[in-house]
Design a protein around this ligand. Structure first.
Ligand SMILES: [Zn+2]
Length: 289
């Protein structure tokens, strides 16, 4: 089934790329009253504001939040050093410059592997202040911390097949900017993407993919259509079109768009070349590169 039709209309979500309805996989497995109780109770009542300190272990005033593991102290009992407070954040352009510099080291074969020591683990154990959010593919050859030469506590990373979005993924992307004032979101597509190739094969040949893989193909369908119109290498053009569409979805996201307009958040759409390790900018919003 390649159709994006919802399995239960009352549990439908909106596909961010097509505005069509798609079924909720959680609701599919849960009776409606239970779903209302579970999701309504856990998410609507608690809200992201309460999820923030619990998940990130950080507060705006720099006070260490007590995590489930009591991680406010290092194993030696010393209070961990504090990372710079939120008001010391880089601008979107500065944040991109850091990532670009890291990528240059990666390309040159001279990665520094920063922030991967035991001391760094202690330093960020009680609070974190990543300076960028990266939305990338699940591909094993494209780990964002490696290709941008960053370490623990530097990046929020969201990885899905073909760096595709749905409501749940968008919520995770929103988390950094909304809860922790992260100044930059990077959407990173890549060369020879297997998810894109599988989607093209399924869409163009009218074949279904097993399990939930159809969801990935459905998310990529508009970009595949773009690529057919553009011509050239179909996989590569689909990757580039999909990065652009994904940036556009995030740029107009209600939780993010005002931050972009006020210069507090920038977006970069980029392409990673497996052969060289180089990240190339495809487009930007609120960032000078
Ligand atoms: Zn991929």
């Amino acid at each position: 089934m390649m159709s994006a039709a919802p399995r239960h209309a009352h549990d439908a979500h909106r596909d961010p790329y097509t505005a069509e309805s798609v079924a909720d996989p959680i609701a599919d497995r849960t009776a409606r009253p239970d779903r209302r109780r579970v999701l309504g109770g856990a998410l609507a009542t608690a809200g992201l504001a309460l999820l923030g300190p619990a998940l990130a272990g950080c507060t705006d005033d720099g006070t260490a939040a007590a995590g489930a593991g009591g991680g406010a102290r290092t194993p030696t009992g010393r209070a961990p050093r504090s990372t710079p407070p939120a008001h010391g954040r880089p601008s979107p352009t500065e944040a991109w410059a850091r990532l670009a510099a890291g990528n240059r080291l990666w390309v040159a074969g001279r990665p520094q592997h920063p922030h991967q020591s035991t001391e760094r683990r202690w330093e960020v154990s009680a609070e974190q202040h990543p300076f960028a959010t990266v939305v990338s593919c699940i591909d094993s050859r494209v780990p964002p911390e490696a290709v941008f030469d960053q370490g623990i506590g530097d990046l929020f990373v969201i990885r899905t097949g073909g760096e595709s979005l749905d409501d749940l993924v968008i919520g995770s992307v929103e988390y950094g900017p909304v809860q922790d004032d992260v100044p930059l979101i990077v959407v990173l597509g890549h060369q020879r993407c297997g998810a894109v190739r599988a989607a093209i094969d399924a869409i163009d040949n009218g074949r279904s993919l097993p399990g939930h893989l159809d969801r990935v193909a459905d998310a990529l369908r508009p970009a595949v259509a773009d690529a057919h119109r553009r011509g050239g290498d179909l996989t590569d053009q689909t990757v580039r079109a999909h990065v652009s569409r994904t940036v556009a979805v995030l740029e107009r996201d209600p939780a993010l768009t005002d931050r972009v307009r006020r210069g507090r958040l920038g977006l970069v759409g980029a392409y990673y070349e497996l052969d060289t390790g180089r990240v190339s900018v495809l487009e930007t919003s609120g960032v000078r590169v």
